[in-house]
Design a binder for this molecule. Sequence first.
Ligand code: ATP
Length: 676
Amino acid sequence: MKYLLLAIRHCVSRYRWSIVGSVICSLMVGVLWGANIGAVYPFAEIIFDGQSMHQWAERETVNCQEQIALLRKNIDGYDEQLVQTKDPVKRAEINRLLRRDDSAMNGWEDKLANIEKSQPWIDAYAPDSPFSTLLLIVSFLMVGTLAKGVFLSMSMMLVARATQLTTLDLKHQVFVKLLDIRLGKTNISTGDSTTRMNGDVGSIGAAIEILFGKSIREPVKMFACLAGAAYINWRLLILSLLIAPIAAFVLYKLARTIKNLSKSSIKIQARITGFFLQIMSGYYVVKAYGTEDYERKRFEAKSREAYWEHVKIQFFNSMVRVNNEVLGLGMVCLSMVAGGYLVLNQETHIFGIPLADKPMELGSILAFYAFLIGCTDPLRKLGDVFGSIQTGIAAAEMVYPLLQLENPIKDPENPVPINSVGREIKFNEVQFCYVPKTPVLKNLDLTIQQGETVAIVGPNGCGKSTLINLLMRFYEPDLGTVELGGTDIRQFLQHDLRSQIALVTQSTVLFNESILENIRYSRMDATDEEVMKAAKLAYVDQFIESHMSDGYDTLCGTDGSSLSGGQRQRISIARALLRDPDIIIMDEATSQIDLDSERLIHESLKNCIAGRTAILITHRASTLQLADRIIVMNHGQIEATGTHEELIQTSSTYCRLYVEDEPESVDQTTKKRSAA
Ligand SMILES: Nc1ncnc2c1ncn2[C@@H]1O[C@H](COP(=O)(O)OP(=O)(O)OP(=O)(O)O)[C@@H](O)[C@H]1O
């Protein structure tokens, strides 16, 4: 509950006037609900007897006075008997009768006082005839119901405003947090992120809406009825409520079960969402391998799990409803038995326990029952809200711990200005593993001079991209340091560090915007002319002219789906060129570009990397020509460095890769080797 309370606190502190307004409206709804039910009393007491209110007041005044006189006479009689009687048994009996009549007399006196108090109002406003009185009561009911409807609608609107805005705030916080913390070794899957963002935040909003809506309105309605019933006979009310503690205990147990089930349902939902997103993004692989049936079965299995959780939750929710209905009906039944006994026998005690000051009249007991029946409707509705609140509690327990996660990659308190240092890149005895005890980089030392272009080659999985991840500070080394211009990169603000680097990654990420906007993404303030210049350098203009009807305004599709792999890569190269960075990193940036275009792109890359520090990760031998130096990595270490010619002589790994990549160069290699 503590996490849901955080959301509630946020809602109350930011949108307090909406909440205050809705609470006032809910109070009015409750009061009007009780007042409408209270109209049963005049109906039963006045109208059914064919009297006007004036006649009723007159009759009741006389009745009260007679009863008081009679009881006073009895009491005087008992007092005399007490003086004369010495027998303790008789005295005890007289005392009991004395107490009974005394309490009854108080009851009649109270009623008389109430009638006398209302007499001026009755004289001034109450109609003369019974039918006009009936019309007045019906009008009161109509106006009361109408006013209740207006207050109900206002309360719902105000709560909806506060909770929708709170949901938006929470979504914003979750979005910002997810942008922040998915760096480093924080393991948050896409399925989890999506479920937190949509389902869970929505469930929290729904719970708050119910908490400030129905959970206030319905109890207020209930308390208004209980207050009405207590006014008529509070002792009988307590008797009726005897089963409430048992119902409360059952409710508490059900609450815990529903909360735990909701939590596990949220986790299953996250897994389904993750699975679904994965299948949708890998749609063509599924189609190509004809695994639709296999995926359908997997989806069904996961959905079935969710279905069972949902059925269990619904079962326990229905138990809450049953519990509340049993409570409501139990209250009414208990009061019917006890109240019926009191009215039918004109008694005030049951088993010697006083339950009324004076014998209850039909009007009072009917109004009492009406109030108790009035409690059962809010009780039933409260049963429905229970499940939503428990789901909200479970959802808050998933969302708030996420919001409390710290970004594992922190900015320094006193950052070093990035422009005060050079651009030499140095990895000092760097060790790193993604999974404990599985090192990906092992005591790696590497220096890249400012303005140097290095190519990094090595077999798959040897750690080339990981090296770049550390330089970008997407991850931090477990041991050792990464330096820029002799300063540990942890001394710079992350934003400053990354602003110096243009990264073209292995998998090209494009947004469903125009080609122009996708290129502009690296420098939001770039003019259209600058964007087009970068596009020309990366030969994007070539395919735009020949293939794109909307030119630079052509949309790239989700994940760039409306473009070919090579076109996507050219756009991301243009994006990097537009940034005009000090350091340029190309991680397999030309792997999908055809040989003709690659030659052209290499020309522009040559111009682009001139004077900058450049790291080219590649499996393609042609790209190596751009490098001043080639670094061969293997098993997370630097195995050899040198020029192409040197490495052919010294590195077996390089030779293996080189021969694999460029079969036509086998001859050259052999020739060179034999020459050597
Ligand atoms: N997020 C991750 N979690 C766990 N292991 C990872 C993660 N990313 C990479 N690895 C592992 O780290 C090792 C190095 O991966 P890396 O991507 O750096 O290799 P690479 O040299 O760039 O390979 P390739 O040439 O295939 O792109 C691999 O064994 C890979 O399985």
